[in-house]
Design a binder for this molecule. Structure first.
Ligand SMILES: *Cc1c(COP(=O)(O)O)cnc(C)c1O
Length: 353
């Protein structure tokens, strides 16, 4: 009888929160929808597609617009079916079975998932109680454990805390024989990017996504930026038509509206600041600690994480709950206000004044 192998037999499908909620602040998506003029342009470009034909295997036009947007060279960019696909590809391509990779704890859970699925050994590097890492210790652990690949999000999902650019570069230069991957899914909300440093750091790869700052989680498009050897390798081991024509067309069109994208990002940053203030007022109450966000979401450490989560769901507001903290995505003004109202109700019921 056919049996599933050990590495997959206990896996279950990824399940985001099910059900209908009035307010979704749980997935770090953008609350912005495309302005009418851009949506019209997208629609008219979509009409021109010949869907009986395969898509461009290298998503050339999209990479061109991405490169212009960020001021990087197109030869240093490869596109993927969401950055999630890239994470998976990177493990299968750059690592051999049994080799060791490192990631941080807490960090984005997919790193460990794909790494272990590729039959590689994981080393978890702990963060301190403020969710920060000791750079020297991180380098030392990677050296001692013969780590071939180090991957982390910066700024970090789920903690909202970032690592400064100089520290990331220090890691990369100290670990010359290790592939160092900075997943900058949220870097559009902060200012410590290493996206332009590929010339001097040949072992550094940066991942980007359309799902957060650009409000296109519904199409799947992500990118890797790095030195040509790395980018050409990914181009060679990815599947030929990994990004469909629709996604290429939509993302390519949106990236060509630079001013509009930048202004949408600024609105998200403002919304995050507003949400930060709303949460900060509970800082210090019964060990509540609110972290300073470098992303589009705010993290509150509290023993009440599960209770708050359930209270919000009851009021049709979805947030993310972790063991010792909640993670709340910045929403529209109205959404933030509604969340704030319920959170204040909750803490008032616990004696906060
Ligand atoms: C959301 C997220 C991604 C996934 O991006 P997709 O392009 O939607 O696959 C990758 N990395 C981090 C850290 C994220 O939070």
């Amino acid at each position: 009888m056919y049996k599933l192998n050990d590495k997959i037999k206990n896996l279950t499908p990824y399940e985001p929160l099910k059900g209908e909620y009035k307010i979704r602040l749980d997935a770090n998506e953008s609350f912005k929808v495309l302005p009418k003029n851009i949506q019209d342009d997208v629609n008219s470009n979509l009409e021109k597609l010949s869907i009986n034909r395969y898509p461009d295997p290298m998503a050339d036009a999209l990479c061109e617009n991405f490169s212009k947007f960020y001021g990087v060279k197109k030869e240093h960019v490869v596109a993927s079916n969401g950055s999630d696909e890239l994470i998976s590809l990177i493990f299968t391509g750059f690592l051999m079975k049994g080799e060791t990779f490192a990631t941080l704890e807490n960090d984005f859970s997919m790193y460990r998932f794909y790494g272990e699925l590729s039959e590689c050994k994981s080393v978890l590097i702990s963060k301190d109680k403020n969710f920060e890492i000791d750079i020297d210790l991180c380098v030392e652990i990677c050296k001692n454990s013969n780590v071939k690949l180090l991957i982390f999000s910066n700024p970090c999902n789920p903690t909202s805390v970032g690592i400064k650019k100089d520290d990331v570069l220090k890691i990369a230069s100290s670990l010359e024989d290790t592939l160092v991957i900075a997943d900058e899914a949220y870097m559009d909300f902060w200012d410590e990017s290493v996206l332009h440093d590929y010339e001097n750091y040949p072992n550094l790869l940066v991942l980007k996504t359309c799902s957060k700052a650009f409000g296109m989680a519904g199409i799947r498009a992500g990118f890797a930026v790095g030195n040509k050897m790395l980018i050409n390798a990914i181009k060679a081991f990815k599947s030929p038509y990994n990004l469909d024509s629709y996604a290429q067309c939509i993302a390519g069109t949106v990236f060509s509206y630079k001013d509009e994208c930048v202004s949408a990002i600024n609105e998200i940053i403002d919304s995050t600041k507003e949400l930060q203030v709303m949460l900060d007022k509970f800082d210090g109450f019964e060990d509540v600690e609110v972290l300073k966000s470098s992303t589009n979401f705010v993290v509150m450490k509290t023993k009440y994480s599960v209770e708050i989560y359930e209270y919000m769901l009851k009021n049709s507001v979805a947030i993310r709950c972790f063991k010792s903290f909640i993670r709340v995505t910045a929403g529209s003004k109205e959404e933030n206000a509604e969340f704030n109202k319920y959170l204040t109700e909750f803490f008032t019921s616990k004696g906060w004044k």
